[in-house]
Design a protein around this ligand. Structure first.
Ligand code: AMP
Length: 464
């Protein structure tokens, strides 16, 4: 697979605060789960943009010395997700460029589906790209746009791109925020002490002490400058297609997304759905920590079966899924989770996890619970439908071939992971817990992609 289809990321913007870079740093800290490969902050003092970026975690990249260099009252930050083969500093954002109207920086969360097409076109016209990230395409489109001022150029550029994009752009004097017409990725506006804070998730508002104001609307361009906030619309989308996987796994449970809905509550509801529809006789409900915790709590509450932490997670190990090599991934599960034998021995256990991708984690967990934990029975419950299709809008999923549920029945998966029983939610169960079920993208579960792909790109993707 081409690495540029795998970009998750978190974005953050601060406008009008004397410690803009420090707030951006804290915000990125809160958004660290959205990307651990690299991070960057670009600040503006009204005259000049300053950029610091590096590989690794926010806390390791931004030393006091580096933060001090980020002068000014405005800042844009970005966390980049780890992807095999593209771990290069040149791909870390924000991207900073100089063009005919001055300097411009951009931070992007999401994936464009027509980036390669546009890139090819621009290269034929003489454009030179510095990175292999989708986001640079947007900058070039703005620089090459025919129309006059920056706002018009941005409108022209975002009308050409297709896919998922939550964007924060900044010049020396203003910040421009854009969310794609479908609203794939979350993006919220907060306010703190007269400063505007823009964030992929509201958990960053809590850390910097900001109050949630509203979401950036799908298809909205928000211009923030000395005249205040100005909102433009560029959308002709027929419907919204928020990513349901943000609720299932990706966003933090202490965030509210997609119209201020609590991720924690939605996850608990998914667990309740599991218990109501796929209940089983058992003595104990345990989560696969951390992402399975809210759903397991919901399951325990609805079933009346006691909840406990039967698996303990070592928090000093990275997410196993993002390790690039198969050998490390297997090893990762073992060093990451350990069973609590005193709780599990001789008991019938329901294990709740949020999703199964390749099946590697579940298989190891069942084995571990039985062999080291001494569990009598292990019943796997997954708080999402079988993941059968890859995501092309910004969630890191492997190709169809590697998704266990794309080529195995639930019964076969049960056998493979050696569980005594197993169940997933179905799409109907899943959508029953959100207020506007038609406003979601569920392509990874039903193969129904809301945006059509350019033909050329289809050939490169392992869609079928
Ligand atoms: P696997 O072993 O490949 O089946 O991975 C399943 C585990 O990966 C589950 O515990 C999920 O919480 C987690 N997971 C699901 N989607 C992702 C993702 N996009 N990035 C990282 N981890 C994920």
């Amino acid at each position: 697979m081409i690495d540029k289809f795998h970009e998750e990321c978190g974005v953050l913007g601060v406008y009008n605060h004397s410690e803009a870079a420090n707030l951006a740093y804290l915000g990125l800290y809160a958004l660290q789960h959205r990307g651990q490969e690299g991070a960057g902050i670009c600040s503006s003092d009204g005259k000049q943009l300053h950029l610091e970026k590096g590989m690794g975690l926010v806390a390791d990249i931004f030393t006091e010395r580096r933060l001090q260099k980020l002068h000014g009252h405005m800042a844009v930050g970005h966390n980049r997700y780890s992807t095999a083969g593209s771990s290069a500093l040149k791909n870390v954002q924000p991207i900073l460029v100089n063009y005919s109207l001055g300097s411009l920086t951009i931070a992007h969360n999401g994936n464009l589906i027509n980036a390669s097409e546009i890139r090819k076109e621009l290269e034929e016209e003489g454009a030179i790209f510095q990175s292999n990230s989708d986001s640079e395409v947007i900058v070039h489109l703005i620089a090459h746009a025919k129309s006059g001022d920056l706002h018009e150029r941005i409108v022209e550029a975002v009308k050409r791109i297709s896919g998922a994009f939550s964007l924060i752009l900044m010049t020396e004097r203003e910040m421009i925020v854009v969310r794609d017409p479908y609203g794939f990725r979350p993006l919220s506006i907060g306010e703190h002490d007269g400063a505007w804070i823009i964030s992929s998730e509201t958990c960053a508002f809590d850390l910097v002490g900001a109050q949630y104001v509203r979401d950036v609307e799908p298809g909205e361009i928000l211009i923030i400058n000395e005249n205040g906030l100005q909102s433009l619309t560029f959308s002709n989308a027929q419907r919204q297609t928020h990513c349901i996987f943000e609720f299932i796994y990706f966003s933090r449970p202490d965030s509210n997304i997609f119209g201020n809905l609590s991720v924690n509550e939605i996850r608990k509801d998914l667990g309740r759905e599991l218990a109501r529809n796929y209940g089983v006789e058992a003595d104990l409900v345990i989560p696969v920590p951390d992402s399975g915790v809210p759903a397991a709590l919901g399951y325990a509450e609805a079933s009346g079966i006691p909840f406990d932490f039967g698996l303990v997670r070592n928090h000093y190990v990275g997410r196993t899924f993002i390790e690039p090599r198969q050998t490390i991934r297997h090893f990762g599960v073992k060093i990451k989770l350990n069973p609590v034998r005193k709780l599990l021995e001789g008991r019938r256990v329901v294990v709740v996890d949020d999703s199964i991708v390749r099946g590697t984690t579940s298989k190891k967990i069942v084995k571990m619970l039985k062999e080291s934990g001494g569990a009598k029975e292990v019943h796997m419950r997954i708080s999402s439908p079988p993941t059968i299709a890859p995501c092309y809008y910004g969630i890191d999923t492997p190709s169809k071939r590697e998704l266990i549920a794309s080529n195995h029945s639930i019964e076969e998966i049960k056998k493979y992971i050696t569980a005594d029983s197993m169940a997933y939610l179905n799409t109907e169960n899943l959508l029953s817990v959100v207020p506007n079920p038609d406003d979601y993208c569920t392509a990874c579960f039903d193969n129904q992609y809301p945006l059509r792909f350019p033909l050329q790109q289809l050939n490169q993707m392992s869609l079928f």
